[in-house]
Each structure stands twice: as structure tokens, then as C-alpha cells.
Design a protein around this ligand. Structure first.
Ligand SMILES: Cc1cc2nc3c(=O)[nH]c(=O)nc-3n(C[C@H](O)[C@H](O)[C@H](O)COP(=O)(O)O)c2cc1C
Length: 163
């Protein structure tokens, strides 16, 4: 099979991924978008990475502000995920959301599993995406919530096997 964007999306889309909203601030401008392309990188020092589409509005806000927060969505937050992925009303995504400001200045969203407040320590070329590596400066954790998963274009929940 040849390596086309469609072939890649078809296979990689079948991978179950947990959903997050990456938020950022540059001066007075706050913005954020839904992502699945984030991962842990290192425990010591504490590092995570996020891949941001070069054509997204979030990418220049991270680039300019040098900070981002990864807000890990809970199972009942599919509507928030859709809102932060939609190109409609993208400047009103935070409306009605009781967000707080992290130590770095990045917005922290309510009702999540938790959030990682990060300062950008490296930005790598990732083709049509930019790979932002962030050093985690603070962690928020809300135990007891289950993660929101995304697979083959649908949201779902993790079900542990019986054995
Ligand atoms: C489940 C899901 C996962 C996504 N993952 C990413 C991602 O990892 N990186 C990315 O740049 N866009 C991702 N997107 C697309 C962005 O959320 C979408 O293009 C958004 O409108 C970008 O907003 P902005 O241009 O205002 O920054 C994802 C969308 C969905 C629904």
C-alpha cells in the first residue's frame, strides 16, 4: 500500500487515543484546540510533547507565548472536545467555560482528569506539524474520572478485560 495521507489516516485513526485540549496564551490572547497527538517524553526532567498543525490558530499562540497546558479530557467531555475542534465560532471556544489560569498563564479547563502546565523548551520540525516539547511546571489531578477516548472517528470509553 502506498504511503498517502488517506492511508495513514485510515490506519492511525484505528489507534485508540486519549483526547486532550491543548491551551495556550500569548499576552492577552488565549486559545486552544483538541488534540490526540500528545505524549509523555521524560520523567526527569518532566517533559511532554504536543504536535500542532502549522495551519492551526493554536500553533502561533504557542510559538509566541512559549507556554501551553495539556488538559486531559474526561469521558463526559466529548462536547467540549468537539467545540475545541470545530472551525465554527473558534474565537468563542472558552465562552461559558469556567477556566482558570495556570502558573505559566495557560488556561486550565474544568472537569478534566487533570492538566499539565508546561513551558516550551524545544520546537522541532514535524512536517506539516510542529512538535512542541514542554517542561511540566505544575500538575493538576482529579482522581476518579475516566478518560475520553477517540477511535475511528468516534468517542468511547475504556473497558477493562475480564481476564
Ligand atoms: C479527536 C481529534 C484529535 C485531534 N488531534 C489534533 C492534533 O493532535 N494536532 C492538531 O494540530 N490538530 C488536531 N485536531 C484538529 C484540531 O482540533 C482542529 O483542526 C482545530 O479546529 C484547530 O483549531 P485552531 O485552528 O483554532 O487552533 C484534532 C481533532 C480531533 C477531533
Amino acid at each position: 500500500m502506498s504511503v498517502t495521507p488517506d492511508a495513514l489516516k485510515r490506519l492511525l485513526g484505528r489507534r485508540a487515543a486519549s483526547v486532550a485540549i491543548v491551551t495556550a496564551r500569548a499576552g492577552e490572547r488565549v486559545h486552544g484546540m483538541t488534540v490526540t497527538a500528545f505524549t509523555e517524553v521524560s520523567l526527569e526532567p518532566p517533559l511532554v510533547l504536543v504536535c500542532a498543525d502549522r495551519s492551526s490558530n493554536t500553533h502561533p499562540v504557542i510559538e509566541k507565548g512559549g507556554v501551553f497546558a495539556v488538559n486531559l479530557l474526561a469521558q463526559d467531555q466529548a462536547a467540549l472536545s468537539n467545540r475545541f475542534a470545530s472551525k465554527q465560532d473558534e474565537e468563542r471556544r472558552f465562552e461559558g467555560v469556567a477556566w482558570e489560569t495556570a502558573a505559566t498563564g495557560a488556561p486550565i479547563l474544568p472537569g478534566t482528569l487533570g492538566a499539565l502546565d508546561c513551558r516550551v523548551v524545544a520546537a522541532h520540525d514535524g512536517g506539516d506539524h510542529v512538535i512542541y516539547v514542554g517542561r511540566i511546571e505544575a500538575i493538576r489531578c482529579a482522581p476518579g474520572r475516566e478518560p475520553l477516548l477517540y477511535q475511528s472517528g468516534a468517542y468511547g470509553a475504556f473497558t477493562p478485560r475480564e481476564s
